[in-house]
Ligand binder design. Structure first.
Ligand code: NAD
Length: 537
């Protein structure tokens, strides 16, 4: 395996870039080292719409390896007309699916999980190749989809309503959870497999059909994942309860505006998410928004600093700074600040030889996804310097094929500097010096986003302050662990400009349902609530 992956590092040095490869006719999928792409049923030119059969009449898009700039393969996206047809088929499929008992739906989701297990290795490699995340993170992403399938199988047998006491004699109030209909999933490039998985496993289990539009720059993961799911549906003679329409903004907007899509689960930037939220509300649809973060790691004076440094390293640099939960701000107690920066920089230095192609077994820091990420990285560092920040480590774009930047530590900025308050999707962290935990909490909370946060402390009163009403205002409020790398068992999501949505575990399943409150009168006489008398003889 390791030997097999190493050849990819050599490719990274061969001088390919995006422009060169788009003009060439050579695709990675045709090379023997990339046979795993064919194991997934991919070809050089793939249809990007699935609604029981495969098609794609929209623009063809080429998918590139961000680690080398080489073309991987092509996908024929869908157009708006195909999206609308797909919505119609998804609604029809829902009408059958809602009749299937929930534990039987769970059995289908179990089969999807098993099918994913069979393809975990090649699918995870494709996630790495197309996004730029390292091998173990690509595998981990597919594992997350498998885990949520397991979770959903259990859920299918236990999710339930309740029985509520009525104030009227011989009346009973019931609460039941029913499916919504068609759930539209629009996902971001950085989690091209798991975000669909979190949504699909729970939405299917609760009786909905699902229509997916993945990010335009990760279309191969969308196609390969849908093929795996479609095989399970075929084997069970099911209608297309999962459909796919790859496309750009026009397809996304059309999905968002369509009344037949009862819930839109959107993962992406705050700006686009806000527009999506308004559009869905305009038609009284339901929406789950999973948007950007600006996540802080607080180091209290009592912190276990060794552990905090390890958390900072993975939090800031994992996925090359392209997780929504990436640590973007480290707020350190003034007594520890200078030593912490020195130790952090020493750790960062050790990572420089570990920057490389995402599929190389030695790599810990892969490329960022596109030239746009590189440009944003560069602009942000210039702005930080102009604002008086000091680049304590990194700050440079690496001169090689693909999109490589140095992980970067910036110190000396004001806690409310414009760059500090912005999410730049690249491995840049700002280290801030705070007087005490109260000040650190105030800074944690003053940004627009409210996704993830963590404190390192050994002081129980600070820890409980952090998780209490005066503490972090984020959806994820960790103690002595990273801001990133959440498990599927809890509800995932954030407050404020992060959108307020919750996905995955806990009671997030309720968002995929409508609640019916049912009053049953078994008294034989009509009685109004609150003692109201209203009748005539
Ligand atoms: P993006 O907003 O550019 O795109 C997300 C998706 O929206 C894509 O599929 C895109 O085609 C689609 N889209 C674009 N315009 C649209 C429109 N007007 N209507 C409907 N759909 C439209 O985001 P991105 O660059 O792919 O992803 C990075 C962002 O996603 C970051 O801000 C990151 O924090 C966020 N993110 C959040 C979470 C979370 O769970 N909170 C998870 C992953 C990523």
């Amino acid at each position: 395996m390791i030997a097999h992956l190493r050849h990819l590092t050599r490719l990274a040095g061969r001088g390919h870039n995006r422009l060169a490869s788009s003009a060439s006719t050579s695709y990675l999928i045709d090379q023997p080292e990339y046979s795993f792409l064919k194991e997934l049923g991919l070809e050089r030119n793939n249809p990007g719409v699935y609604s029981g059969h495969w098609q794609g009449r929209g623009p063809t898009i080429t998918s590139y390896d961000p680690g080398t700039g080489q073309a991987i393969a092509k996908v024929r996206q869908g157009n708006v007309q195909e999206l609308q047809q797909t919505i119609g088929l998804g609604v029809e499929a829902y009408k059958q699916w809602r009749q299937v008992p929930a534990p039987v739906r769970g059995e289908i989701v179990r089969q999807i999980g098993d099918e994913l297990r069979k393809y975990k290795e090649p699918l995870g490699k494709l996630v790495s190749l197309e996004v730029g995340k390292i091998y173990s993170e690509g595998q981990g992403e597919v594992q997350e989809f498998i885990d949520i399938c397991d979770y959903a199988v259990g859920l299918s047998r236990i999710y339930s309503g309740q029985l509520i006491n009525s104030e009227r004699a011989d009346h009973t109030i019931l609460e039941a959870w029913r499916p919504l209909g068609l759930v539209g999933v629009i996902s971001a490039y950085n989690f091209p497999n798991a975000v669909f998985g979190w949504n699909a496993a729970i939405a299917l289990t609760t009786g909905n059909s699902v229509l997916w539009k993945g990010a335009p720059s990760t279309p191969l993961v969308s196609v390969a994942t849908t093929k795996i799911v479609a095989e399970v549906l075929r084997r069970n003679n099911l209608p297309p309860v999962v459909t796919l329409c790859q496309g750009g903004t026009d397809v996304g907007q059309s999905l968002v505006g369509d009344k037949r899509v009862n819930l839109v689960s959107f993962t992406g930037s705050c700006k686009t998410g806000q527009d999506v939220g308004v559009e869905v509300q305009r038609r009284f649809g339901k929406v789950i928004l999973e948007l950007g973060g600006n996540n802080a790691l607080i180091i209290d004076s009592s912190a276990n600093v060794k552990m905090a440094l390890d958390a900072a390293l993975f939090g800031c640099i994992g996925t090359s700074g392209q997780r929504c939960t990436t640590t973007r701000r480290i707020i350190v107690h003034e007594q520890l600040h200078d030593q912490f920066v020195t130790s952090l920089v020493a750790k960062y230095k050790q990572l420089i030889p570990r920057i490389g192609h995402q599929l190389d077994a030695q790599t810990l820091v892969g490329p960022v996804h596109t030239q746009q990420n590189v440009d944003n990285y560069r602009t942000t560092i210039e702005e930080a310097k102009a604002l008086g920040g000091t680049v304590a480590f990194g700050g440079k774009v690496l001169e090689r094929s693909g999109y490589y930047v140095e992980p970067t530590v910036i110190t000396g900025l004001a806690h409310d500097a414009s760059v500090v308050h912005r999410e730049t999707f690249a491995p840049i962290v700002y280290v801030l010096k705070a007087k005490n935990v109260d000040e650190a909490i105030a800074w944690n909370n003053e940004v627009e986003q409210g996704l993830s946060s963590a404190i390192f402390t050994e002081d129980i009163s600070q820890a409980f302050k952090w998780i209490g009403a005066r503490g972090s205002d984020c959806g994820i409020v960790n103690i002595n662990t990273t801001t990133n790398g959440a498990e599927i068992g809890g509800a995932f999501g954030g407050e404020k400009a992060t959108g307020g949505g919750r996905e995955s575990g806990s009671d997030a399943w309720k968002q995929y349902c409508k609640r019916a409150t049912i009053t049953v009168n078994h008294s034989g006489e009509l009685a109004c609530a609150q003692g109201v008398v209203f009748n005539v003889e």
